[in-house]
Write a protein that binds this ligand. Structure first.
Ligand code: GDP
Length: 297
């Protein structure tokens, strides 16, 4: 499970404090050092750690905590609240258009889980919002990406708009929107190309698609296993495309999970979903408070 290292480490520190009747300033200092190390080990961005520690320390040293009967528990509560805040406070739902169709553009690097997440989202929207989605095969460069989307579509019984790999993605997106209108499909989910690295061609293509499809949601898909890289990728995509939400995939894997803590504060964009398996039902809404609880164990 993600965060195991961080959770255990924080817990050990917390337990030591919990057993104390009173917390001194020196205790808080020792604890903050532990928390700091735990977060850095979990691959949380160092700037984020610095800010987090200073906020927790300030609150922990407040007179109401120091003088309370259960200072250790108070400090744990503060850490949990601040972790929750760091991850955006509350769950943010997917953006839907007032007037159909809703357009969702999936972006991210190759292998992050875009195509898989496109299918998962289609299923989520049909199940929970009674939507009629159309999946659009816009990743024409990765061999097998189109076939993969077709397979996903068949598996969950969602139509796939596919013009092969000879038509430009911009044109595919335009035609897909027209097709959705004709077929009364109210949600268009565009799978876009990913590369191994961010490059200018990719970004120009994505900007074009954004301009002509006017998406309600630009969903960045990032692989939680890539740690700090995931945060850098999120920052770059956000700078260039002004994303509206993030899905963090592969949280079921052996990830240290620091990305979940950093991405929100670095990009100021919410993590809306997490991927927890390869299967189509392996998508969960992201709840910062639950995640904070899980981190603390
Ligand atoms: P794309 O290149 O961004 O479209 O990535 P894909 O959708 O092809 O996903 C890459 C690999 O990651 C595939 O093998 C997926 O099954 C796998 N994958 C995607 N999301 C998750 C997830 O949440 N958990 C796990 N375990 N695997 C995932």
């Amino acid at each position: 499970m993600a965060f195991e290292g961080l959770g255990e480490r924080l817990q050990a520190t917390m337990d030591r404090i919990k057993s104390k009747g009173k917390v001194s300033e020196a205790d808080v200092k020792v604890m903050m050092r532990e928390v700091r190390l735990a977060l850095l080990e979990a691959d949380v961005n160092f700037k984020v750690v610095k800010q987090f520690i200073s906020q927790v320390r300030e609150r922990a040293l407040g007179s109401d905590v120091m003088q309370s009967l259960t200072p250790g528990q108070q400090v744990i509560k503060i850490v949990k609240e601040e972790l929750t805040e760091l991850m955006g406070g509350e769950n943010q739902k997917i953006n839907l258009a007032q007037k159909p169709p809703t357009v969702i553009m999936m972006v991210g690097l190759q292998g992050a889980g875009k195509t898989t997440t496109a299918g998962k989202l289609a299923l989520h929207l049909r199940k929970n919002y009674n939507k009629k989605p159309l999946l659009v095969a816009g990743d024409i460069y990765r061999p097998a990406a189109i076939d993969q989307l077709e397979t996903v579509g068949k598996q969950i019984d969602i139509p796939v708009f596919n013009l092969g790999d000879k038509v430009k993605p911009q044109e595919i997106a335009e035609k897909a929107l027209a097709h959705a209108k004709e077929e009364h499909l109210d949600t268009v989910i565009i799978d876009t190309a990913g590369r191994l690295h961010i490059d200018e061609d990719l970004m120009n293509e994505l900007k074009d698609i954004k301009e002509l499809s006017n998406p309600d949601e630009i969903m960045l898909v990032v692989d939680s296993m890539t740690g700090q890289d995931a945060v850098n990728v999120a920052e770059s995509f956000n700078d260039l495309l002004d994303i509206t939400g993030v899905t963090l995939t592969k949280l079921d894997g052996d990830t240290r999970g620091g990305a979940a803590l950093s991405i929100r504060s670095v990009t100021e964009k919410p993590i809306k979903f997490v991927g927890v398996s390869e299967k189509m039902d392996g998508l969960e809404s992201f709840h910062p408070d639950r995640m904070a609880q899980r981190i603390l164990g």
